[in-house]
Design a binder for this molecule. Structure first.
Ligand SMILES: Cc1cc2nc3c(=O)[nH]c(=O)nc-3n(C[C@H](O)[C@H](O)[C@H](O)COP(=O)(O)OP(=O)(O)OC[C@H]3O[C@@H](n4cnc5c(N)ncnc54)[C@H](O)[C@@H]3O)c2cc1C
Length: 571
């Protein structure tokens, strides 16, 4: 029987698995990643759909700009390079208005563009664009790069880290009422122009906590801030970000085994001691022993229901894991190779190439389309039913134009174009329902594009690729529900509840087994947040002893702490 010993075994080489491996190798531990697929990177995949044209079937934008991991792991030394977008976002309406809403690296653009339309900007003109980048980073770290509190801690909701930071920087906006608000309520109250509200609601829906859920206004807004704070993507696509992390891990001594699906987490006397590879692995049935810890960087249901199994777990816990619901939105992703970028309503002066927004919400006239699409995805559990321009709004992204490594000269990759739908297992037309409707929905989406931008018809469109949520599941064994968030988007899946209160601090009922996957808090999109948060726990448990390069979250509460006083930024 083949065997090997390491301090740590990490199951899954997606970005969460490779990041925790890089952190722990930097601490001097011997680490082995075992990855099922032929290559690491998980959802940070780029696919060359035609020679010279690279699209992102899943991760596109770098939502992790505020992550301490960039400096702690020194990713720039391992090839990470960011492309900054001159404008992150814009909107277009059916009645012929267009606003360029800028981003972190285009100060004043939103205000200028809205003033030209006679729309009062103020807070509405990009909300917290009035917050400086340092304050935004502080707020994002308080929201996402902070481990959930110990279960014993009782913290007044108004004193949660994010609300403390918000009060510090946005005092005139603060009131206790915000605690119960949904983001849609927040938009109604603070944004006068409906297209801007529609833009805000769609942007939040595609970035994390759902805009309609009560008490989640700041979490929802935080998702959009993740996106605007980075204001760009890695040169070469998200897979090059994954490569930088993989190189950082390798440089510190991590061993990586690919084509190595784990069949079982080996448990002796309630303690995880290693993993056994499957019979079809490149090293069949090999056992890799973990002297200090096994870290599962695959989804929570696979980890417990399949890899640990019911012999070692309490029935109640297994039931709670089986009950974790994915009833949130999932993403239908379309990519279009074209010769020209969309000229909305035929006018290219709206978004000239030098300030073309990476992501356009169109048509953004009315919140009705947001509510109609939400209703279809969450209540009726089906694809958008009314595909007419009045009721269908799309996010149309053109990030590739700033990155010449993604596309053959003279062409553009308009990608991703997103539609929200339920995860496949909840689709009322059956799990393969979307795949049967692929041609019909693609045609409707292209018709809408042509309606908004007349040049997006005929010869301008060279090719179209569609990746449904079901396709996403097949591409990546860890891509639960084809979902970028990997759970429901609501307060039950937030902070110390995610994915279950017993797992919120990344420990599990099995000693020495920890979780490090996007199913944990804070979930997808907050890059490197789960590994950074888990590091606090591993340090607490005496497994990792980092050098002076490590700094914890100022909001971290160690085990046994019962209140927040004295924590945070001294607010
Ligand atoms: C449509 C879509 C759009 C998205 N857009 C963005 C975006 O713009 N920006 C962004 O940052 N994120 C985006 N995401 C989310 C992002 O892809 C995920 O958050 C991220 O991939 C999660 O990383 P992970 O390491 O937790 O899991 P994964 O990336 O799923 O990695 C898990 C890994 O574990 C491996 N594995 C599974 N089972 C086993 C086993 N038994 N043994 C060994 N290995 C195993 C899998 O092969 C996989 O490589 C998007 C996701 C989707 C679906």
């Amino acid at each position: 029987m083949q065997e090997e010993h390491f301090d740590i075994v990490v199951i899954g080489g997606g970005h969460n698995g490779t990041t925790i491996a890089a952190y722990l190798s930097k601490c001097g531990l011997s680490v082995c990643i075992v990855e099922a697929r032929p290559e690491c990177g998980g959802g940070q995949e780029n696919t060359e759909v035609r020679p010279g044209f690279r699209i992102d079937p899943h991760a596109t934008y770098l939502y992790g700009g505020a992550a301490p991991g960039f400096e702690q792991l020194e990713l720039w030394r391992y090839g990470f390079r960011q492309v900054y977008y001159p404008s992150m976002a814009g909107l277009v309406t059916l009645d012929g208005k267009a606003a360029n809403l800028g981003g972190r690296f285009s100060p004043g653009l939103a205000e200028q563009s809205l003033a030209a339309l006679g729309v009062e900007g103020g807070i509405a003109g990009g909300f917290l664009s009035s917050m400086d980048p340092g304050a935004t980073k502080e707020l994002l770290r308080a929201l996402f790069w902070t481990p959930p509190h110990p279960p014993t801690a009782e913290v007044d909701p108004a004193d949660m880290p994010w609300w403390q930071v918000f009060r510090k920087h946005m005092a005139p906006l603060w009131s206790e009422r915000l605690l119960d608000m949904s983001y849609v309520d927040f938009l109604e109250e603070f944004v006068a122009w409906e297209p801007l509200r529609t833009f805000g609601a769609f942007a939040a829906w595609y970035c994390g906590a759902h805009p309609s859920w009560d008490g989640m206004a700041l979490q929802s807004l935080g998702g959009t801030m993740l996106y605007s704070y980075s204001s760009g993507s890695p040169r070469g696509g998200m897979h090059t970000y994954a490569h930088a992390i993989i190189r950082a891990a390798l440089a510190k001594g991590t061993r990586i085994l690919t084509n190595a699906p784990v069949e079982e987490i080996v448990v002796h006397n309630g303690r995880a001691v290693g993993v056994r590879l499957s019979a079809d692995a490149a090293f069949p049935e090999k056992t890799i022993w973990a002297d200090k810890a096994v870290i599962s960087a695959v989804d929570v249901q696979s980890t417990f229901l399949r890899l640990v199994g019911n012999r070692h777990l309490d029935h109640g816990f297994l039931q709670a894991v089986s009950d974790i619901s994915l009833k949130g939105g999932s993403l239908w992703v379309m990519s279009v190779i074209c010769r020209e970028l969309p000229k909305y309503h035929g006018r290219d002066e709206w978004f000239p190439t030098e300030v073309y927004p990476s992501c356009v919400v169109a048509p953004a006239d009315s919140m009705e389309s947001f509510h109609a699409q939400t209703r279809d995805a969450y209540s009726f559990r089906r694809l958008p039913q009314d595909l007419s321009p009045e009721h269908l709004t799309m996010m149309i992204c053109a990030h590739d134009m700033y990155d010449t490594t993604r596309c053959v000269e003279g062409y553009h990759v308009l990608s991703p174009i997103y539609l929200e739908c339920p995860p496949p297992e909840y689709d009322v037309t059956g799990p393969d329902g979307y795949n049967r409707q692929k041609a019909e929905v693609t045609k409707a989406a292209l018709d809408l594009l042509g309606e908004m931008a007349p040049n997006m018809r005929g010869d301008n469109i060279v090719d179209v690729f569609v990746n449904t949520p079901l396709d996403s599941e097949f591409r990546n064994t860890g891509m639960t529900g084809g979902n970028w968030y990997a759970a429901r988007q609501d307060s039950d899946q937030w902070f110390s509840n995610r994915p279950l209160a017993d797992l919120a601090r990344y420990r599990t009922p099995i000693e020495s087994l920890y979780m490090c996957h996007q199913t944990m808090h804070p979930g997808g999109l907050c890059l490197m947040a789960v590994p950074y948060n888990l590091m606090h726990i591993l340090i607490n448990d005496g497994i990792a002893q980092p050098g002076s390069w490590w700094y914890p979250s100022p909001w971290y509460m160690a085990d046994g702490a019962s209140h927040l006083a004295g924590h945070g930024a001294g607010l």
